[in-house]
Design a protein around this ligand. Sequence first.
Ligand SMILES: [Zn+2]
Length: 109
Amino acid sequence: MVKFFQPYELPVCEYCHEEWSWRVSIKKMFTLNRAMSCPSCGKEQYQTRKSRIRMSQLVLLSNLVLLINAFFDFYWWEIVLMYVAIIVTGFILMPYNLKLQNDEDLNLW
Ligand SMILES: [Zn+2]
């Protein structure tokens, strides 16, 4: 599970090698455009394939809560609390999973 969150580094622009701040990374990730322009050099950056896979694993991980629920008797609010905790943690960790490259990866997976 630990490998999903590694490396614990903020994304670095492949062009100018400038590190993106947590806030910038979140903002760029939530724009619908796949191309993310670097705040320091303005070049377009794309998320790497590996980094996209890691993010989808993070989403899958959140569904483990439902699986756990099948084995234990939780109250509904305990499930809600777990979900909120996982979503918040996932959100905080998202920029650390973002890896950038200069070219767009045209293969989806
Ligand atoms: Zn840059």
